[in-house]
Design a protein. Structure first.
Length: 587
């Protein structure tokens, strides 16, 4: 006997129930029934229809609703819970709402499955007038819903064989909710990413497992980044084997970006392609392919994961910066201010530093304990103190930088970027070498694929660690993202190492590459000036010196020396010697 084909697909499930309905019935059954009927006709049903929901069934005072979009489900719940009415009977109807996103079986007009069961259990955990959602729903609405959900931790639900992490929204009348941030919080604005199962186009089933393994590794590695949220595997893998429109997937999962790809085998060769797509428009932001042998399949898998993960984060960062400038230039919300700051973050020039610091200071005023904003300010303050610029109020900023470092570390535990920036600043700006080195070591452990963190590890080893280790980190950064944001850091770092080792020709090779990435980066110009001067090419050295003085007119050898880490003075002395030889003022 052949089983009927089962209609099973991903759906958002909303379960609602009336708080204290049994008590209302006991007090006045007719009035309770009338109030419930009126609420459904004038509030509940219109909200469901407005948000494209389908009322599956009523269960006494409860209701089960199915949505194709998880964002629609949450927006519907918020609309229901925020409805204000002067009608006395309606004021008696207070709902609890639970929402889950999962695989659901459709049978006639009804729906069944684990996704429905979890939603029903979540409803009972919501506060009166509140909403309780699963972690997969939370991940799916990041950046798409203007509401603050608080972490409720992991709970064991009745008849569910695994712990479920829950998030709760409290009604506006709750004092806890009123004490929340008055503007959109960072989390609600945070970009989000779904990694879809890679398509096996080789026809070899064994490669299916390999492709799945690659994607699982990517999801795990990308989840280490705090700058965006990654949808869990059990949600994105619902699309395995299905022909999908990326824009529809983005809507259903509530994500801003989608990473997709394919695998092809020819003889003993494998090719993996990957592409990052903007969910709203379907525009391709980045694409690449990777070739390897089936003989070293596990090494190949690791290499693909490392390469894709390292470049996706900078690509998302660049896309978010462009998006902020394009879509919300007038916004004063903290996250927008942060994105506008990032336009200046990697520039490393006095004017851009001033603009960035002004913006991020406004963001910190709105969210004073946001670790990302604090660390961004730390980086900009460190630039001011270490690059030899003569800007107003450069002196005396160490105390402010130290305050921001302590606050950022207190509120950003486990964040690789925060630890990396703070450790770097402690070494270069505040001369706390041991603590700074340990922080950067931890940052690498938190996320070894974070390009900025890899660069920071190279910098701190250059200043107070092993030069060989510095080269290892800088070369890794160059391999992971040769043209990414901040490439001038690792390229200049490699030039600096060669200067310390007396290899001035090699230093020029790296410095020229750095200049192609950022022609106004002061340390890169230091290397070009010093290496040419020490090689006797004075005309070339003085040409670069003129470029440097145009960027920072009052720079001196003394100001550069004062801004550099001094644990190993011999690491900067060859550069300073060349600068003096080229004619830079001593003081």
């Amino acid at each position: 006997m052949v089983d009927d084909v089962v209609d099973r697909r991903l759906a958002a499930i909303l379960v609602a129930d009336v708080v204290g309905y049994s008590r209302m019935v006991a007090a006045d059954e007719a009035a309770a029934l009338a109030a419930l009927k009126l609420h459904r006709q004038s509030v509940f049903n219109p909200a469901v229809a407005t948000h494209s929901g389908r009322l599956v069934k009523l269960m006494g005072d409860g209701a089960l609703v199915q949505f194709d979009s998880v964002v629609d489900a949450v927006d519907c719940a918020l609309a229901l819970q925020n409805t204000q009415t002067a009608d006395a009977p309606l004021q008696e109807i207070i709902l609890r709402i639970g929402i889950n996103l999962g695989d659901v079986r459709f049978d006639g007009g009804d729906i069944y499955g684990d996704g429905v069961n979890v939603a029903a259990r979540l409803e009972s955990l919501a506060e009166p007038g509140g909403i309780c959602i699963s972690s997969v729903v939370k991940e799916s609405i990041v950046g798409r819903v203007n509401a603050l959900f608080e972490d409720g931790g992991e709970v064991q639900l009745k008849n569910i064989d695994r712990p479920i992490r829950i998030w709760k929204w409290r009604p506006p009348r709750s004092t806890t909710a009123k004490s929340a941030a008055p503007l959109k919080n960072v989390d609600s604005m945070q970009p989000s990413l779904a990694v879809l199962p890679f398509q096996n186009i080789s026809g070899d089933v064994e490669q299916e497992y390999f492709a799945d393994g690659v994607v699982e590794d990517m999801i795990t590695a990308l989840s280490r980044f705090r700058s965006f949220a990654v949808i869990a595997r059990n949600s994105s893998f619902v699309y395995k084997g299905r022909a999908t429109d990326v824009r529809q997937v983005a809507r259903e999962l509530g994500v801003r970006y989608v990473l997709e790809g394919s695998i092809r085998r020819a003889a003993n060769r494998l090719r993996i392609t990957a592409q990052l797509v903007e969910g709203g428009s379907g525009a391709h932001l980045w694409a690449e392919h990777y070739d390897g042998s089936t003989e070293d399949i596990f090494d190949f898998q690791d290499r693909i994961t490392e390469s894709v993960v390292a470049i996706v984060e900078p690509q998302i960062k660049s896309a978010e910066i462009a998006r902020s400038r394009r879509e919300r230039p007038e916004s004063i919300e903290a996250y927008d201010l942060y994105l506008q700051t990032m336009v200046n973050f990697y520039a490393d020039t006095p004017e851009r530093n001033h603009a960035g610091l002004t913006l991020i200071t406004q963001a910190i005023a709105l969210e004073p304990n946001n670790a990302t904003y604090l660390a961004t300010a730390v980086m900009l303050l460190m630039q001011r103190g270490t690059l030899g610029w003569k800007l107003p109020a450069v002196e005396g900023l160490q105390a402010l930088c130290r305050k921001y470092i302590e606050r950022a570390l207190s509120h950003g535990h486990g964040d690789a970027t925060v630890a990396g920036i703070c450790g770097n600043a402690l070494i270069q700006y505040l001369k706390e070498y041991d603590r700074g080195f340990e922080l950067v070591r931890k940052a690498v452990a938190f996320n070894p694929n974070n390009l900025d963190v890899v660069n920071f590890a190279g910098v701190v080893n250059l200043h107070c660690g092993s030069l060989d280790d510095a080269v290892t980190y800088f070369l890794r950064a160059e391999r992971l993202s040769p043209n990414g944001l901040g490439a001038h850091w690792n390229l200049t770092g490699l030039a600096h190492v060669e200067m310390v080792r007396g290899n001035y020709e090699e230093a020029l090779v790296w410095a020229r590459k750095s200049m192609a990435s950022n022609a106004e980066y002061s340390p890169c110009l230091w290397m070009l000036i010093a290496a040419n001067a020490l090689l006797g090419r004075m005309e070339e050295a003085q040409r670069h010196l003129a470029n440097l003085l145009a960027i920072s007119p009052e720079v001196t050898v003394a100001s550069i020396r004062a801004g550099q880490a001094a644990k190993f003075p011999d690491r900067i002395e060859p550069v300073l010697e060349g600068l003096l030889l080229a004619g830079m003022p001593e003081a």
